[in-house]
Design a protein around this ligand. Sequence first.
Ligand code: OOB
Length: 547
Amino acid sequence: MPSSTRALATGFVPHRSDLAEQYRSARLFDDRPLWTTLADRADSDARAVSDDDGRSLTYREFAAAADRRAAGFAATGLESGDRVVLQLHNSVEFAVTFFGLLRAGLVPVMTLPAHRISEIAHLAAGSGARAYVCDDARGGFDFRDLAAELRSRVPDIEHVFVNGEPGAFAPLPAADVAWTPPTVDPDLPAIFLVSGGTTGLPKLIARTHNDYAFNARTSAEIARLTADDVYLAALPAAHNFPLCCPGLLGMIGAGGHTVFTRNPSPDAAFDVIEKHRVTVTALVPALAQLWCAATEWEPADISSLRLLQVGGAKLSSPDAAAIDTAMGPVVQQVFGMAEGLICYTRLDDDRDLVHVSQGAPMSGFDEVRIVDEDGREVADGDEGELQVRGPYTIRGYYRAPEHNARSFTADGFYASGDLVRRLPSGHLSVTGRIKDTIVRAGENVAADDVEEHLLAHPAIAHTAVVGLPDDALGELICAVVVPGRDADAPSLPDIRSFLADRGLASFKLPDRVHALGSLPVTSVGKIDKASLRTSLAQQKCAAPTRM
Ligand code: OOB
């Protein structure tokens, strides 16, 4: 085994051998490198990828471009098994570079455009990366400055490749030589995803060729993708959702067309949908809500859209129903995690079930259990923490034994921190996060619970409920609200009486209200409660009501 591959395998936690055997004998894995997904289509002249810059490639052109890029990477001295931090905006170049890396046996670390030096340096050092790939300058930020800082903080980064104007660095490589890809072990990591947690620095999630190909294939089957489908990658493409659920990889497997956009706002995205006759896309709930509202005033024809996948955070059931009303029965709820498990509502599920649940596990081999604080399974239908083990769920974060002791059970289940209950159909309903509770005067208050009720208020478009430290009560309940169009933010007394009228327990009524124009979001667009808590703790909320 070459030393670069040995280094890649160090700190990677494989499946337990009895389970690996079980998955293998069920033929879940096809034992081929992930790049074969694309290579299998290299003889096709069908449209494969297009972007906002007007670039567009057929499968034949795409596969050839990825080959040239692979040869270019290899010519720089990078070796099969080496890790490469990839940070590109949604574009054809992203897709070509991603497959170029895979084809060269290099292992991309899938960072998001919103990551900055603290995350990039942490992920580069943690993965032992030798190279960094970025765009030149985008949205007022110069990634070459980040690259310079990265090289000074992480000296193992020997190469920087820049898409666009390279400045002091190298351009994206390409070489016109016949290229024979190296042999790779399909049970070793093909790519590293980045954990989506909103606290602490992201962790590295090693996904193997076998497990990721299984993820893409099964997701594509559930979405019933065909070569006639057109997928819009509107979320950052390096995220598991648009990359593989079924996203880019599922679309390539189906032979369809993937369109990349960097602007997911409805005014821009609706035109792209009309132009390319987009049939499938994936959004986080906040964007889906925005799209739903925009159907009232955006003139573009989006009737080609047959499937709108919504996931990454909880979509409330009124919102799910409103989207179906505005756009036709298009919603598919997706509850997934970079660590593995993906749940989908199915295309033939009853619409009510699609609105109230976050889906059922993708594979019959997913072992899901719902447990109480002592790790005991709860009674059917009760709330508990979701733990999962299965063919495409990791057994440990990469090179992170101390996290693994906390996040994985002795029998190899991932303890997700998500609170769920199982519905009679077997679908899951996500009820909150273990840590997303506010402990006020000794009472546990689930933030989601209060949020659901607040969203029913006619003047509130978005909300996030967070706990603020308080000497007397331990924590106070602060409702951060974004008023709807043309509405004024409701006052604290108004909110309290509204919630009390809905039958909410008095200890759950907010102590503070804070109005904002929009909620802060994480790299992929989820509400960033950690940053809300920090900024609120520094500011003064509206005065508390008298108790
Ligand atoms: C997706 O992946 P990550 O890794 O960015 O975040 C995973 C976490 C989950 O553990 C859960 O806390 C939350 O995000 N989440 C949801 C959700 N989908 C994800 N919470 C409530 N309802 C949902 N539908 O976010 C992700 C990966 C693949 C597909 C879709 C989403």
